[in-house]
Design a protein around this ligand. Structure first.
Ligand code: MN
Length: 202
């Protein structure tokens, strides 16, 4: 087994009432775990591809042989995206700070305007997918959307991602994606986002 399900840096109930314990347990312990199992199964079929870093494979899926390309793209993306997602959740209430805050203000005017635009993007994902905040190669903050488990790795540095698959919210919020997104803002780990932003400046 090459890839493993990462441990969460908090308990399943730590993000209550915003993200409920049962959803977190299923999302991490079943959905994410499932991507890891299927990713490993696909990579077992090709030793050379298995040796390559996942990030590089996802950034350019054309290098993956066709027989396992879809499996690696979907399940590798699922593993990668969720690993990032868990890291940018936290029970500690924080606000954007320092150089990251400056960059948000410069790009979007203020934090509220950024949040409004990001929320609109997340609501606009048709079906299953993700909303992202990235830092582009031109040093700009940008909000992008991806479908399924695709990752915008070739568009810039990944700072923040929001899972809008129904499995992320259906138990508690049913079809009310706007309520889920509003709740999610209360558990964003801004410290981690700022850390990723600083790292991307080097
Ligand atoms: Mn998910």
């Amino acid at each position: 087994m090459k890839y493993e399900l990462p441990k969460l840096p908090y308990d399943y109930d730590a993000l209550e009432p915003y993200l409920d314990a049962r959803t977190m347990e299923l999302h991490h312990g079943k959905h994410h775990a499932g991507y890891v199992v299927k990713l490993n199964a696909a990579l077992e079929k090709n030793e050379d591809i298995a040796k390559k870093p996942l990030e590089g494979l996802l950034a350019d899926t054309t290098q993956i042989p066709e027989d396992i390309r879809e499996a690696v793209r979907n399940n590798g993306g699922g593993h990668f995206n969720h690993s990032l997602f868990w890291e940018t959740l936290s029970p500690e209430k924080e606000e954007p700070q320092d150089t990251f805050l400056e960059a948000v203000n410069k790009e979007f005017g203020d934090v509220a305007s950024f949040q409004k635009q990001f929320t609109e993007a997340a609501l606009g994902v048709f079906g299953s997918g993700w909303a992202w905040l990235i830092k582009t190669k031109n040093e700009k903050l940008e909000i992008v959307k991806t479908k399924n488990q695709d990752t915008p790795l070739n568009q810039g540095s990944l700072l923040l991602n929001l899972d809008v698959w129904e499995h992320a919210y259906y138990l508690k919020y049913q079809n009310r994606r706007p309520e889920y997104i509003e709740a999610w803002w209360s558990v964003v780990n801004w410290k981690k986002v700022a850390e990723r932003f600083s790292r991307s400046l080097k």
